[in-house]
Design a protein around this ligand. Structure first.
Ligand code: G3I
Length: 338
């Protein structure tokens, strides 16, 4: 298995030399922040971020205090980074990466290939032309962020919902079943050090066909030496898709394949004590599985969420800590229940 999750060698040496600060969130007194509490258990705690919100001091005050890892919610997606074929645009993404690096934070890249958020020129291609453009995109974007992104969601949401266990029908899938393998090999060639993740939603219940299908792919990749280091479970929980009772078992199933598991877009619809208990159960499941290396919540405040009306995050719209925050901090500080 590749090195355990760690800041890049460059960042680590700059931190050691006192050039780069250790993330304030991590350097805080043990247990005082989400990141510091997670760090005590050898995990990271991060947040999905949006570049335009970095101009909001109320937003960055929480982000910089509480989180050690950032994931651009949209700024590294296909439409943002290659809006015109062959012309790459990294400004907003670079702003997020610079913000993180100046504070000793790490970066998850999201996402090199996805059936959604595609620029129109890409969506219009098919066959060999699409396959070539897809792999060039992976290569160019991964190369641009080499040494600055510690883990990539190389492919996002490639499996169908429901009971089929089939691949999702998409333009990428129609270039041939091997598109996912090709993407991971191209990402590894462009960045030998980044952890390469497959990321998806609704794979939190081990019995579901989609979960089993992803598990089969990852097992096949590991057996054939296809470069894959982690599985990202987005972990968007709602009343109709609650935290499974056997969530820990799902994480362990993937971890037993020899890959890390990362909770990459955690949010839990609800409020009050019920929401707090759901978050507690999720964190406990991650802490119980050694290869669960970190948790990212998908936004900072409820008002920053893609589904703000569900009030799914740890801070309310005014940036006030919710009971869910306290439950997460407390559970992280207790550490793994041995
Ligand atoms: O930037 C444009 C802006 O110029 C325009 O005025 C505005 C209105 O059209 O749209 C803005 O783009 C929006 C973008 O978020 C940035 O705010 C897109 O329309 C909107 O579709 C996009 O939504 C994002 C969504 O992915 C689709 O890419 C959400 O913020 C983001 O949280 C969500 O995240 C996804 C993960 O990437 C994958 N897993 C599921 C998760 C939730 O859908």
């Amino acid at each position: 298995m590749r090195k355990s999750w760690s800041i890049s060698l460059v960042t680590a040496s700059l931190v050691a030399a006192g050039v780069l600060p250790v993330s304030p969130a991590v350097a805080a007194p043990p247990g005082a922040t989400l990141a510091a509490a997670a760090e005590r258990g050898g995990r990271y705690f991060g947040a999905g971020v949006q570049s335009y919100k970095l101009a909001d001091p109320a937003y960055t005050a929480i982000l910089d205090r509480e989180f050690a890892v950032v994931t651009p919610e949209n700024e590294m997606k296909l439409d943002a980074t290659e809006p015109v074929r062959g012309r790459f645009s990294f400004g907003p993404a670079d702003r997020i990466v610079a913000h993180a690096e100046q504070r000793g934070m790490r970066v998850r890249g999201h996402t090199l290939l996805w059936h959604s958020a595609q620029p129109s020129w890409l969506a219009a291609l098919q066959g060999t032309a699409l396959r070539d453009a897809m792999l060039n995109h992976v290569t160019q974007v991964a190369a641009h962020f080499r040494g600055r992104v510690q883990a990539w969601d190389v492919v996002n949401e490639a499996f169908a919902d429901g009971t089929s266990g089939a691949r999702r029908d998409s333009n990428f899938q129609r270039t041939g079943d091997d598109w996912i393998e090709a993407a991971f090999r191209a990402a590894r060639a462009a960045d030998p050090d980044a952890k390469l993740c497959y990321n998806d939603y609704n794979i939190e219940n081990r019995a579901h066909a989609k979960t089993q299908a992803v598990h089969r792919m990852v097992r096949d990749f590991r057996q054939r030496g296809v470069p894959i280091d982690c599985v990202g479970l987005q972990s968007h929980f709602t009343a109709t898709h609650p935290v499974p009772a056997d969530f820990e078992a799902t994480l362990r199933d993937f971890a037993d394949l020899g890959v890390e598991v990362q909770l990459t877009e955690l949010d839990v619809e609800g409020s009050g004590a019920t929401q707090a208990e759901d978050y507690r159960r999720v964190v406990r499941a991650c802490l119980a599985v050694d290869r669960c290396t970190g948790i990212t919540v998908w936004g900072v405040r409820d008002s920053d969420s893609w589904r703000s009306s569900a009030t799914p995050l740890l801070f309310d719209a005014n940036g006030v800590k919710k009971p869910a925050y306290t439950a997460v901090l407390d559970t992280l500080n207790r550490g793994p229940c041995r």
